[in-house]
Ligand binder design. Structure first.
Ligand code: KG4
Ligand code: ZN
Length: 362
């Protein structure tokens, strides 16, 4: 099945053509430069830029895959979670294309896309076998950080095991970078500085240190960095700056991997899959693999192209929905919230219930 995927939920306008696990084309127009001077995504600017670029990006994706719209079997578009204006651009365009071509249209949850992106085979890369279900998905991006049990490709196969009570991991990176005057997005910049620093050179707290909790909290760590800056001044000395970044990064990585390992053990699952923009982090990828190996757990690290926002993961997740009989034509709605039931509520961490629905046995 040939699926056209469209993604406009935040600051990337993306389109892709996917056949099964094979990515035939993957086109991304990034808005990073547009938002950089504001230190974060400006929703109105994002929508306008999507409006300008969505059509040429879709045309480019079809051209690179060497297919026409008439060859496409179904259209998948991100409909949640994301910025409303940005989501509307993609979903409206997708609806128009689906009606004009009389093809099924499915709305895809962006987080489900991230959790399945590991299954994709990108052109020019060594083919890799599909990752068997179930696995623990560690999703860490600019907007979300949570652990999931992934039993299959449909939203009903995926259950959150715990998430962040406040900032997402990527958000913490971006805020710390802003605080230190390093630019946007902060993740790659802090990551680079951290590689040359001493993680024990600066003392920072361990976020959500309770070993048995699968919830995250990164805002305390960010405040810790802020306090350090108040006490010692903004580090202009390279060594101090690198040590501070290294200490921050070590805490984030150890927390993410430590909790993913607890989740894997509790679910009796021996595979953890990374997803989301923070999965591009060098220490998370290298140290993460070592920490997991020491516990006899396989950490699957997808290629960069699969970790950051893209439309191929939306097409792949959409194919499963179409195969299950889905067609949202005429009733596609957008939402700022994920379709996956949340175990951790943002802002305090009060649990809704011990488990939103029964977890499937292995
Ligand atoms: O998944 P993504 O591309 O967009 C969202 O859906 O949020 O993730 C973007 C986030 C940003 O917060 C960015 O700072 C972070 O991923 N990021 C990184 C790295 N590269 C990107 N964080 C840590 N280390 C990196 N190398
Ligand atoms: Zn994302």
């Amino acid at each position: 099945m040939l699926v056209l995927g469209i993604e406009t939920s935040c600051d990337e306008t993306a389109a892709a053509v996917v056949s099964g696990r094979h990515v035939l084309s993957d086109v991304i127009h990034s808005q990073i430069e547009l938002h950089a001077e504001f230190g974060g995504v400006v929703p109105e600017l994002a929508s306008r830029d999507h409006l300008k670029n969505a059509e040429p990006v879709i045309r480019a994706a079809l051209a690179r895959a060497e297919v026409g719209l008439t060859d496409i079997d179904a259209i998948a578009v991100t409909c949640r979670p994301g910025l409303s204006g940005a989501l509307l651009v993609g979903t409206q365009l997708a609806q128009a294309l689906a009606w004009s071509q009389d093809k099924p249209l499915v709305g895809v949850d962006h987080l489900v896309g991230h959790l399945l992106a590991v299954q994709l085979e990108f052109p020019g890369r060594e083919p890799s076998p599909a990752v068997p279900f179930p696995y623990v998905g560690l999703l860490a991006s600019g907007g979300h950080t949570a652990l999931y049990r992934v039993d299959g490709p449909l939203p009903s196969d995926i259950a959150e095991l715990g998430g962040t009570r406040d900032d997402a991991a990527g958000e913490a990176y971006d805020k710390v970078a802003k605080l230190l005057g390093l630019g946007y997005p902060g993740g790659p910049i802090v990551d680079k500085l951290a590689q040359e620093g001493d993680p024990d050179g600066v003392e920072l707290s361990i976020p959500m240190a309770q070993k048995d909790s699968l919830e995250f909290s990164f805002s305390g760590l960010k405040t810790n960095v802020m306090r350090w800056v108040h006490e010692h001044g903004k580090p202009d000395n390279d060594k101090n700056l690198r040590d501070l970044c290294a200490a921050f990064q070590r805490r984030v990585v150890d927390t993410l991997i430590g909790k993913a390992l607890v989740a894997a053990e509790r679910q009796s699952i021996d595979t953890i899959v990374l997803g989301g923009g923070v999965a591009a982090n060098s220490e998370l990828r290298l140290r993460g693999v070592e920490l997991c190996r020491a516990r006899k757990v396989r950490l699957v690290v997808p290629p960069f192209a699969a970790c950051t926002d893209n439309a191929a993961m939306i097409a792949y997740a959409g194919a499963a929905l179409v195969q299950a009989g889905g067609d949202d034509r005429g009733r596609l709605t957008i939402s700022p919230k994920t379709i996956l039931p949340r175990l951790t509520q943002k802002g305090g961490g009060a649990r809704v219930s011990a488990s939103p629905r029964p977890l499937r046995a292995r």
